[in-house]
Design a protein around this ligand. Structure first.
Ligand code: 26V
Length: 824
């Protein structure tokens, strides 16, 4: 009872007194938590115990606030969003929650009394790395914004025991190590064992007629249990506390093992392990999709468990599922949760006796889908036999969806066999998940203007032609309160002084900074803040890499997954070119530059790992050469993750966004860097196009072919050798790859630049954009020498970044796709 009243007291203080919440109350709560959880006094607790106690106290506050929020939206019968994603790249939560609740300072003070630095506790928290890259981080940014906008929302995913692997570079090679994040990260998770759901894999289907209705039953199946764990998601000064529900797979075998003969005992253990393997590890690949049974099981487990729980909770408040589309919006984040289509259909048909047409109509009005890539390797397809064996009932339903779809397409495109086959859900013994979403969902969107145009004019053209009203664009956005306010406190404080604090709730208010464009004091302050952040990054680099970096050099960063289409290689080729230029002319007058890379390569992606090896070799060559190292430095930071991005981004001058045009759906790192004052050096790809629209030609360094030019060159025939022969600078660096000066040879990379794996031309056309990139890099150097001009560019980038807030993006989803409102 005492504990409950304390929580209420705390909450009251937060609400009514905001910043005046007493540190005595915090200390009282912490002591109680410590005693009850660890059986020790607060002043005897280890750092780890103190960290846990702090998190648990924060969790209590959130739980209390959530209860009120739930009763509020239930009273109003508000429509809710269910965001289905195989990935949520949450990062750390303690700082974010304290910041959102407005209680960071009071906790800092309370801990200070205990001689504990809150910053040290932040460092103890492991990242919840339940994602590969942009897609997963976007899902987390959207959860944050939905909470901040009081939109009732639940994220659904898997509780991977191991998140994205930890990366170490050993002799230039990427090595992967398991990420056992739950050891410390479990503190945010609340298990709800009583809401465990059964999921059926395999088995057979029995069909019979009853009262004139087709009845269906799955039997001889293998059951696996899905246990939900809740993680609260706070919003900035909002009433809402939403949650992320992570499903953990568990075997239903709880029989007394000792009663079994040895053979059965081993078999039972084996079955346990097989069931529990489902949520063991995040698939660490974003370079291609593999038709792996375990991945299909992951997808079905989380989709089925989530939909079963959504339906159950809907029926607690409404008398039938007829009203599902009015009260529930289910969002499919890329095709990974596409099984939502047949699973919701199955529930409606088999469990609730709906007829096909009504059930299909409910599915259509409930489900919406976002596409995140045009790379054909990434479009998910399942071998039909695996699909049939693992999910026999779902397979039947998908086959029926396909039969009806093909019948319909035959009326729209009579006789156009090729087109119908391209649009089919099942063809060539494969189940195509994107087509399944296109056929069913009421809305389909891309993630930047360019990307959405490519979807409607190219890969999804045939669907667009029959249902243009389905297609829309929502340009991505970022949770800028994390990426600016929390990670760059110095800039944030100054911004508040200059333009007031309105921008913390409304990012478009950043535009107010424009009035200081000609203000020398503001420009000087901006320079100082960047300098401070660069110094901070220098400290990190010295600690992790043992390299001393000049904090006055240009910090030029490329931080993202390692992929050929992102063209880290183009960046490296220019660095090699700069190296050669300095070697040839030691007096070359260029501002010193530090190139920072951070990137994980998919474990089985050979070329990506070679590129890491090349960066490592180039960095060793340059950093140890006294003739060059004061002008150029190259740093590869290991183990790129959300919390490392938070250190690098505030320190960046140049944001490298150099993918081949047409391939990066949006990019979101570009937005995070922009809002921290970095200037984009990029192609007209993804959201760079819209960044350019915002800042204008003067405040961005654009180079290279446009998406259209890429397409034309590809049609005409791209011949890398032509570029190689025509450009001496290019020839010099391509030759260098195998000359031995780098310590080892890079034959595979050289070959990949000149041909692709099949002996055809490199699909990422690196050499075609080389000259334009090198010239633009020279412009960057020249611009930086004019400090005033460069700081002006930086200022404009901050001022114009407001558009790229995830509040705006979520608002567009809410208005145009989900039709939900924030709860008052
Ligand atoms: C990407 C690729 C690209 C190369 C070929 C195969 C393949 C397979 C999977 C993926 C990742 C899945 C999609 C994804 O992560 N897309 C990213 O989504 C971000 C959020 O919308 C967006 O900013 C990135 O541009 C996009 O790559």
């Amino acid at each position: 009872m005492r504990s409950k009243s304390l929580v209420i007291k705390m909450k009251k203080e937060i609400r009514e007194l905001e910043n005046e919440m007493k540190k005595e109350t915090v200390l009282e709560q912490l002591s109680e938590k410590c005693l009850h959880t660890f059986g020790c006094d607060l002043d005897e607790a280890t750092k780890q115990q103190t960290y846990r106690a702090v998190c648990l106290v924060v969790r209590d506050i959130l739980a209390q606030q959530r209860r009120e929020f739930c009763s509020q939206y239930e009273k109003q019968h508000a429509k809710q969003v269910f965001y289905m994603s195989m990935e949520f790249l949450v990062g750390t939560s303690l700082h974010n929650n304290l910041y959102n609740l407005g209680i960071e300072e009071v906790f800092e003070e309370a801990l200070h009394d205990l001689s504990v630095d809150l910053k040290d506790l932040y460092e103890i928290e492991p990242d919840a790395g339940l994602g590969n890259g942009g897609l997963g981080r976007l899902a987390s940014c959207y959860m944050d914004s939905m909470s901040s906008m009081d939109i009732p929302a639940t994220g659904f995913s898997l509780r991977y025991e191991f998140g994205i692997f930890k990366q170490k570079i050993i002799d230039g090679w990427q090595m992967e190590f398991p990420d056992n994040w739950l050891e410390m990260g479990d503190v945010w998770l609340i298990p709800r064992k009583e809401d465990t759901v059964e999921i059926k894999f395999g088995g057979k289907i029995h069909e019979w007629m009853e009262d004139g209705k087709l009845r269906v039953e799955q039997y001889d199946y293998t059951p696996v249990l899905a246990v939900p764990y809740d993680m609260f998601i706070s919003g900035y000064h909002s009433n809402a506390v939403n949650k992320l529900v992570l499903w953990s797979a568990k075997s239903p075998n709880n029989m007394d093992m000792s009663a079994f003969s040895r053979g059965d005992y081993v078999k039972a253990i084996e079955q346990n392990a097989m069931a529990e393997a489902i949520s063991k590890v995040l698939y660490p690949a974003d370079d291609h999709v593999e038709g792996k049974i375990l991945r299909l099981k992951q997808q079905y487990l989380f989709v089925s468990a989530s939909l079963q729980s959504i339906v159950k909770s809907h029926l607690k408040h409404y008398d039938s599922l007829d009203s599902l589309p009015e009260k529930v919006a289910v969002h499919i984040n890329d095709t990974h949760p596409a099984l939502c289509v047949p699973e919701l259909l199955r529930i409606l048909l088999d469990d609730y006796g709906y007829d096909w047409d009504t059930a299909w109509d409910i599915c259509q009005r409930t489900l919406a889908y976002t596409n995140h890539t045009v790379m054909s390797e990434a479009l998910e397809r399942w071998p039909e036999h695996i699909f049939r064996e693992q999910l026999p009932r779902i397979h039947q339903l998908v086959a029926e969806i396909n039969r009806r779809l093909v019948n319909y397409l035959n009326t729209v495109y009579p006789g156009d066999v090729a087109k119908i086959e391209y649009m089919a859900v099942i063809a060539n013994n494969e189940v195509r998940m994107a087509n399944l979403c296109l056929a069913c969902c009421h809305k389909v969107n891309g993630v930047s203007k360019l990307h959405s145009d490519i979807l409607t004019h190219s890969i999804f053209r045939d669907y667009y032609n029959i249902t243009p009203e389905k297609f829309t664009n929502v340009t991505n956005g970022i949770a800028y309160r994390r990426w600016l306010c929390q990670s760059n406190p110095r800039l944030t404080e100054k911004l508040k002084e200059w333009i007031g604090d309105g921008f913390v709730k409304d990012s478009t208010a950043l535009e107010g900074l424009m009035k200081y464009y000609d203000n020398p004091q503001v420009l000087e302050e901006l320079r100082k803040i960047k300098q401070y952040n660069k110094q901070n990054l220098c400290g990190y680099i010295a600690k992790t890499n043992g390299i001393n970096v000049d904090p006055h050099s240009i910090f030029d960063v490329q931080i993202k997954r390692l992929h050929e289409y992102k063209r880290q290689l183009l960046n490296v080729l220019n660095i090699m070119h700069m190296y050669c230029a300095v070697k040839e002319n030691p007096n070359l007058d260029i501002p010193p530059r530090t190139f920072v890379f951070a990137a994980k390569a998919s474990a089985g992606y050979f070329m990506a790992k070679q590129v890491i090896r090349l960066i490592d070799a180039v960095s060793k060559m340059i950093n140890s050469d006294p003739a060059v190292r004061d002008k150029i430095k190259v740093v590869f930071l290991e183990d790129y993750k959300v919390s490392l991005a938070e250190i690098i981004i505030p320190a960046a001058d140049i944001s490298e966004q150099i993918s081949i045009a047409g391939k990066e759906a949006s990019g979101t790192g570009n937005m995070k860097l922009m809002i921290n004052g970095a200037v984009t050096l990029g192609t007209l790809d993804g959201a760079n196009v819209e960044i350019h629209e915002q800042v204008g030609d003067e405040n961005i360094f654009l180079f290279g072919m446009t998406a259209q030019e890429v397409e034309q060159l590809w049609q005409k025939g791209y011949n890398p050798i032509e570029y190689y022969n025509a450009n001496l600078e290019l020839r010099q660096v391509v030759d260098m790859l195998t000359s031995g000066v780098l310590g080892s040879r890079f034959d595979d990379i050289q070959k990949s630049l000149l041909t692709n794996a099949f002996g055809a031309a490199d699909a990422y056309m690196t050499l075609a954009d080389f000259d334009s990139y090198v010239r633009k890099q020279e412009e960057v150097s020249a611009a930086y020498l004019d400090q005033r001009r460069f700081t002006n560019m930086s200022l404009v980038n901050i001022a114009k970044a407001g558009l790229f807030s995830s509040d705006r993006a979520v608002g567009e989803y809410a208005d145009n796709i989900w039709h939900v409102k924030g709860v008052q």
